[in-house]
Design a protein around this ligand. Structure first.
Ligand code: NAP
Length: 262
């Protein structure tokens, strides 16, 4: 019997998890899932799983060669630009077929009050001059630091930002002790997806008047809730993707794997 084709599935998303489940028991493909190890209690996919960085492009290239990987499916988050670029470069060097699975971004509907932001830092600067006072931040632990100086500027008495700002920060795991300080306000922990009704309730309970979010795409109660409450949204735009094939659904990724695993 022919050797199964070895697939490295770069994960950390719901799509990667669904794909690993679909590939479990596949007759021609052996899937190795890779997680960065960022969350403390990740939902583990079936099959072989490895956790932690590879050590940049050289480390990933060595892994691909040592493991005799035949295919790479990059199903990391649309904002995981470093990993996406590393995968592109390591696969180019080893001539291993690679594709990027990325869910479609959200698009504004008529009446939505979105302002597009090129980065988290740009959103924090923009907010300085915006009158919103109670802000819902749905960003990762590493990214909220950009909003801390905003709180300090307020403490110093800067009036141009319309008074003291307060932040409801939501993330999956709490920030490490001694790590990035939180912006002034409240912290809620939780892993999505969150239903629109629950999101609306949370925003109303805290008197939120502006949402900051990355354009992650996928199921998102917060987007529907913000639209219903007519809240302004600072929408952080996605980083550019590396060159190569882009797939926009788990079904398309499965088809790509089946075609390439011959
Ligand atoms: P990143 O900035 O692109 O990656 C930073 C480094 O983390 C990479 O260079 C790599 O380290 C390691 N890494 C990232 N994804 C990995 C994977 N699947 N397997 C092994 N190593 C990985 O990515 P990030 O924004 O920190 O995201 C890390 C993980 O969280 C990704 O798997 C992503 O899908 C998931 N995630 C990210 C976001 C987000 O908004 N960025 C949101 C939800 C989930 P080495 O260079 O040492 O190989």
């Amino acid at each position: 019997m022919a050797r199964k084709r070895k697939l490295l599935l770069l994960g950390g998303t719901g799509e990667a998890l669904r794909l690993a489940r679909e590939l479990d028991g596949h007759g021609r493909v052996e899937c190795i899932s890779s997680l960065a190890g960022r969350t403390g209690d990740p939902v583990l996919p079936p099959g072989r799983v490895r956790v932690g960085g590879f050590g940049g492009v050289p480390g990933l290239t060595t892994f691909l060669i040592n493991e005799a990987i035949d295919l790479v499916l990059d199903a990391t988050h649309p904002f995981a630009a470093q990993m996406a670029n590393n995968a592109y470069r390591a696969c180019a060097e080893t001539s291993i077929p690679r594709a990027k699975l990325v869910r479609p971004p959200w698009a504004p509907s008529p009446g939505d009050r979105w302002t597009m932001m090129p980065s988290v830092t740009a959103a924090a600067i923009f907010l300085r001059f915006h009158p919103a006072q109670r802000i819902f931040l749905t960003l990762g632990r590493q990214e909220i630091g950009a909003f801390v100086p905003l709180g300090q500027a307020i403490a110093d008495g800067a009036a141009r930002n319309g008074g003291a700002k307060w932040f409801l920060s939501r993330m999956i795991d709490p920030p490490d002790d001694g790590g990035v300080p939180l912006p002034p306000g409240e912290l809620v922990l939780g892993r999505g997806p969150f239903a629109p009704e629950a999101e609306k309730e949370l925003m109303q309970k805290h008197g939120i008047d502006l949402l900051v979010t990355k354009n992650s795409g996928g199921a998102a109660g917060k987007i529907a809730a913000a639209a219903e409450l007519r809240l302004p949204v600072l929408m952080i735009e996605r980083p550019p993707l590396p060159p190569g094939e882009v797939l926009d659904s788990v079904g398309a990724a499965l088809a790509w794997i089946n075609i390439n695993a011959v």
